[in-house]
Design a binder for this molecule. Sequence first.
Ligand SMILES: [Fe+2]
Length: 248
Amino acid sequence: MSIFSKLFGKKSPPLDPIDFGYFGADMHSHLLPGIDDGSKSMEESMGMILKFSRMGYRKLFMTPHIMEDYYRNTPEIIHGKLEEVRKEVKEFGMEIELGAAAEYYYDETLIDKVKGKELLTFGDNYVLFEYAFGAEPQRITSLIFEMKTNGYRPVLAHYERYPYYHNQPEKIQEYRDNGVLIQLNLLSLCGHYGPFVEKQAKYLVDNGLIDFVGSDCHRIEHLQILEKNASNPYFHKLKELNLLNQSL
Ligand SMILES: [Fe+2]
């Protein structure tokens, strides 16, 4: 860097856009039509899947919400929708592999579903679960214990988005030591959920505390934001981590 650049803070040139195909599989999205707050129609689902395919993704695990108070999805409903979408994708001639699991909201019904071994999983028995954003839930240790005892591998969704963990750097180590895998939303690195979430997301990347990345795509705009931010240095940094997405 020249003295002039040092004095006047000239910015370094932008990085190349990353190829999202590097991640291989996306494991968190709301693309199944009409069963949660994601895609509203088959047409919308197809538009999003086509976009993922053009961005280089080879596989998508779609994870509709299962939430007792809002989205009472069951494995039957989810698999039924998956088959409809697969059929449409095949007719369209798209080369992309599709699977489905769920994003389990931690409410009073979840532990019974775990004990009944009725959870939908992806990859190597991974279960995606999420918390309320307002306050840290109770009895987390029991939930995780039950998941592991029943042979599941818990993956906590968008850890960076829980405000109650923002100033507790020691908390994530507890999770990881307890066998919980951590998923980051790519959109968090783009400032999509605000500056505090972005700061936490960058902390996780800088410290190598992430196991999976996901789009958490609900609408095509989410993919457009990712594309627009493809030169984000933190997307490049993710390549230095041993993400499990490629193993899916
Ligand atoms: Fe989600």
